[in-house]
Design a protein around this ligand. Sequence first.
Ligand SMILES: *Cc1c(COP(=O)(O)O)cnc(C)c1O
Length: 365
Amino acid sequence: MIPMVNLKAQYVEIKDEIERGLAETIENCSFILGPNVQAFEKEAADYLGVKHAIAVASGTDALHLALIAEGIGAGDEVITTAFTFIATAEAIKYVGAIPVFVDIDPKTFNISPEAIEKAITPKTKAVMPVHLFGQPADMAAIKRLCDRHDLKLIEDCCQSFGASIDGKQTGAIGHAAGFSFFPSKNLGAFGDGGLVVTNSDETAAKLKMLHNHGSEVRYYHDVIGYNSRLDEMQAVILRAKLKRIDQYNKGRRHAGHLYSELMADLPLTTPFEDGLGEHVYHQYTLLCDRRDEVMKALQDKQIGCAVYYPVPLHRQNVFKEEYAGVSLPVTEFVAANCLSLPICPSLEDDTIREIVAVIRGVLTS
Ligand SMILES: *Cc1c(COP(=O)(O)O)cnc(C)c1O
């Protein structure tokens, strides 16, 4: 059996460090907002090259709190992509704003800057690009149009920890950004977790209050906040993995490039790197018009594979009435033809060859 991600292999490498840290935390009984959370926030901010990092309970919360802190609220339009995980749009809905879905680039699957520009109205307040599958969106173009139209730029970095563009990390370009540490993400905890980053002192001060019951001084509350803190145990795990994130992402890139090299002659489209930034291959996602046949063959051999994402957000039950008039041809085409293969830093070259052999068997028969 070949799983989509092999979390066990990664754990074995850092087992001692993690167990020591967890044992210490249990001894200290400092479970919430303890020293490891503080240290992790500092280390993550340094790594990402941002002034402030606030650890929260999930990536969804990170995006939600970032939107509140940036003043996005009822009736505001937020332009985003429909080819993403639902949480991107949920966060926009939580603040009473309206997700405006625009189409993606057919090669990178990331939001199209031209499509954003066309969707801007007097009600537009923010743009939320997703660095999908670990490839940075075209941030130079997106930032330019946000600056020109005075829009907040809030990055969904839930799949892009460590990806960079124009010498900057994803998350360090917009007004604020949200990261996820869901276990299967390329920087994953052993449970839920997230991070909001910003270079603005004002936004950071709001976020610190918002994620901890609207309070700066314990038992004094200035705004209605949330209970959204990363717990100390998760911070221990994330500190150990953050030290190794470049090595992990390098392993992912190696696996991604080997897949593409081995499948170059097959009738499918391997992931396109636009060369603007560095893709960290959170997912390895190809396009193939015989996707369902390929999937079936992989499943028969107990090889993991998945469709990220089968139903674009504007066609989900929760949104389909509201967006009945919206047509996003590229998004719809990609959702109907995409397939993600197993990828993680420990994936061996021979395993990749084995997976490709199965795909080759289907497409050359
Ligand atoms: C995972 C993910 C989220 C949500 O993160 P959680 O930590 O699971 O709440 C948001 N957006 C994208 C693009 C994601 O992949």
